[in-house]
Design a protein around this ligand. Structure first.
Ligand code: ADE
Length: 243
């Protein structure tokens, strides 16, 4: 029995973290999840619950920033939101679904869906002190996804996290070191919380933009977001049905 088989054999309660409402809404609609307010009201996260014949679900989004009126993307809301959610919902499995940048040179296409491969790393935590360097990278585990990817004909890839949509030369160097296939803004922080709470973690990323393309990331992202979120929803539903 591999790690995935072991993990899914006991999965009943699934906690789902999705940073942006536009990433989450197709999933919420498709699965008829209902909004609840369970978390501390000081937190901006939105929460939803749902059930199927096999599982109960608790979905958390980053919610909106009351100061800036935009979705709370990035690592801090992800870590705080997942930690708070785990207080109320002692999940058997944590799934992160979201969008990411991919690499055309590595065969990615817009709206491709990737399952994460261990380890999940940061590319913006640079601490050039020998004893801290590995801590900065993170390198947190996720579940073994080879079987699931083969079954559902999905790609697999390494996920690299930072708090920036764009990137500088240091990010490029570290993403290369991380062998990144998916560049995004939450997974390593969520993987850290899962590591602390000893929860199996499954990151799922759909590609909205190419990191290795001259067209600005923000424009690619906005142009491809809606169709990529639909592809993410389709893959997500298939994945749930196979857990
Ligand atoms: N989410 C979608 N595309 C991204 C990118 N290129 N970088 C970080 N997060 C993303």
């Amino acid at each position: 029995m591999n790690i995935l088989t072991q993990a899914v054999a006991i999965v009943k309660k699934i906690l789902i973290y999705i940073a942006m409402q536009s990433e989450a809404q197709p999933i919420i609609d498709e699965l008829n999840f209902e909004e609840t307010s369970i978390l501390n009201p000081a937190l901006p996260m939105k929460t939803y619950t749902g059930v199927s014949s096999k599982h109960s679900y608790f979905l958390v989004t980053g919610g909106k920033s009351s100061m800036y009126g935009v979705d709370n993307v990035g690592t801090e809301p992800a870590a705080v939101g997942l930690q708070a959610a785990l207080q109320f919902f002692d999940a058997d499995l944590v799934i992160n679904a979201g969008t990411a940048g991919g690499w055309q040179s590595k065969g990615a296409q817009i709206a491709d869906v990737y399952l994460g491969k261990s380890p999940v790393r940061y590319h913006d935590h640079r601490i050039p002190i020998p004893t801290f360097e590995a801590y900065g990278k993170g390198s947190y585990p996720c579940i073994e996804t080879a079987e699931l990817a083969q079954l559902l004909n999905l790609k697999r890839g390494y996920i690299s996290t930072s708090n920036s949509l764009d990137f500088n030369t240091d990010c490029s160097r570290l993403m290369e070191e991380n062998k990144a296939d998916c560049k995004e803004m939450e997974a390593a922080a969520l993987a850290w919380i899962c590591h602390l709470y000893a929860k199996p973690f499954l990151p799922i990323k759909a590609i909205t933009d190419f990191v290795d393309h001259e067209h600005p990331t923000a424009e690619q992202f906005q142009e491809n977001l809606a169709k990529t979120c639909l592809a993410l929803k389709d893959a997500f539903v298939k994945i749930l049905n196979n857990l």
